[in-house]
Design a protein around this ligand. Structure first.
Ligand code: AMP
Length: 397
């Protein structure tokens, strides 16, 4: 990763460092229920403070329409202070007098959190005047929020053009991991794509067939491909109107030498619920009144072998309705096998996307993966091969 600057080359002492972080954590009755995102930004904040910089945090929270106390970052800043084991000052606005006064009072090595950037509609418009107002409080800009990098907003993109810009440590780790996954991977590369629908992952599939050597398609979306091949999928989730699109993807894959691996058997149930009675069928014999809820045992074997044959694995989407036991079986088996091979240093494994993180956690496999991205939208756009404005702006500066 040589295309942009990291904290290694930043002169932080006595500088006002505007740090874009992701503090969009889940909350319930004013309490943070999952502090994963807070944990991820601690190293960058600590490093800036320890090198004598003044860490001034910028973040969005929720989707407020104007100022809304329910979407204030104040309780999140308090939680951040607990994790940081240091005080975190708070300013009730991210621009203007309140922000300027709080910044002026800040000592080297101290941390200040500014209020929700989305309290100003100019944030999402990447308004140049608003960028100027934000930039007035900093000497340096550090972006540590990969998960917001698919948005060209003032605090994620605009600021990188207004101040000397650097990637924070969480951003750096994410970009280095992603580079190993698709940009400069060790070949052969296998992608596993699952999840509910083809329609939400068309761009992703289109990009992957160009880049990977083999592509496992599982989950509900595999049903559309089976249907497109003339098989009957009973009452399974299936986007019949996308049969032609599925055939085009398969043809494109064939033309560029990407092997498509579809299920050969499936676990079929008659109710979409946990512990529903179920049976295994070949994909050419799915009962008319049944629903495919997971990949079958022969498919799992095939997927395990595909993982063994690869040097790099990129994964998005569960292979079955994993929230409903035992239809998590295929996902869990594949995830554990990938985790084992990663631990043995036989493969590099990169996974991401909301449900994927939950599924890998359920399989207790996430920790062993080379990298698991918690960035939902940004990770998917990266898998789709789209440039991420927040990352591109760092490269340009
Ligand atoms: P996505 O958000 O597109 O990654 O989809 C994840 C969702 O797909 C999860 O809620 C799974 O339960 C669901 N899913 C996976 N396989 C199936 C299937 N065979 N039938 C119905 N839903 C499925």
């Amino acid at each position: 990763m040589t295309s942009f600057r990291t904290l290694d080359s930043a002169d932080l002492a006595n500088k006002r460092v505007l740090v874009r972080v992701d503090l969009n954590v889940p909350m319930d009755h004013g309490k943070v229920t999952d502090a994963t995102r807070i944990e991820r930004v601690l190293p960058t904040i600590r490093e800036i403070a320890d090198k004598g910089g003044k860490a001034i945090l910028l973040a969005h929270f929720g989707r407020p329409k104007g100022v809304d106390p329910k979407e204030s970052l104040k309780p999140v800043a308090a939680e951040l202070a607990r994790h940081l084991h240091r005080p975190v000052a708070f300013a009730e606005d991210c621009v203007g007098e309140k922000a300027a006064t709080a910044v002026a009072a800040l000592q080297p090595g101290h941390v200040l959190c500014l209020e929700n950037t989305r309290f100003h509609k100019e944030e999402e418009k990447n308004d140049p005047e608003f960028v100027k107002q934000l930039a007035a409080n900093g000497d340096i800009y550090v972006n540590d929020a990969f998960s917001a990098a698919h948005r060209a907003h003032a605090s994620t993109e605009g600021l990188a053009h207004a101040l000397p810009a650097y990637a924070g440590r969480a951003m750096q780790a994410e970009l280095e991991a992603l580079s190993k996954g698709l940009d400069k991977p060790k070949k052969p590369v296998l992608a596993i794509v699952g999840g509910a629908k083809v329609s939400t992952k068309l761009d992703l599939l289109g990009n992957l067939v160009k880049k990977v050597d083999a592509l496992v398609i599982g989950g509900g979306m595999a049903n559309t491909f089976l249907h497109a091949q003339g098989m009957s999928v009973g009452k399974s989730l299936c986007e019949k109107d996308l049969a032609e699109t599925a055939r085009e993807i398969m043809l494109k894959a064939e033309n560029v030498g990407c092997a498509i691996i579809l299920p050969v058997d499936a676990i079929v149930a008659w109710h979409f619920e946990a512990n529903a009675p179920h049976q295994t069928f070949g994909v050419d014999a799915i009962p008319k009144d049944g629903m495919i809820l997971d990949v079958g045992p022969r498919s799992v074997d095939r997927i395990r072998r595909a993982i063994e044959d690869s040097s790099t694995l990129v994964w998005n989407g569960p292979l079955g309705a994993f929230e409903h036991y035992p239809f998590d079986h295929g996902t869990v088996e594949a995830a554990r096998h990938a985790a084992k091979l990663t631990k043995e240093k036989k493969i590099v494994s990169v996974a991401g996307g909301g449900d994927t993180v939950a599924a890998l956690n359920q399989a207790k496999a996430a920790d062993a993966f080379t990298y698991v991205s918690t960035a939902g939208g940004a990770f998917l756009e990266w898998m789709e091969g789209k440039p991420l404005p927040g990352v591109e702006a760092l490269k340009a500066s």
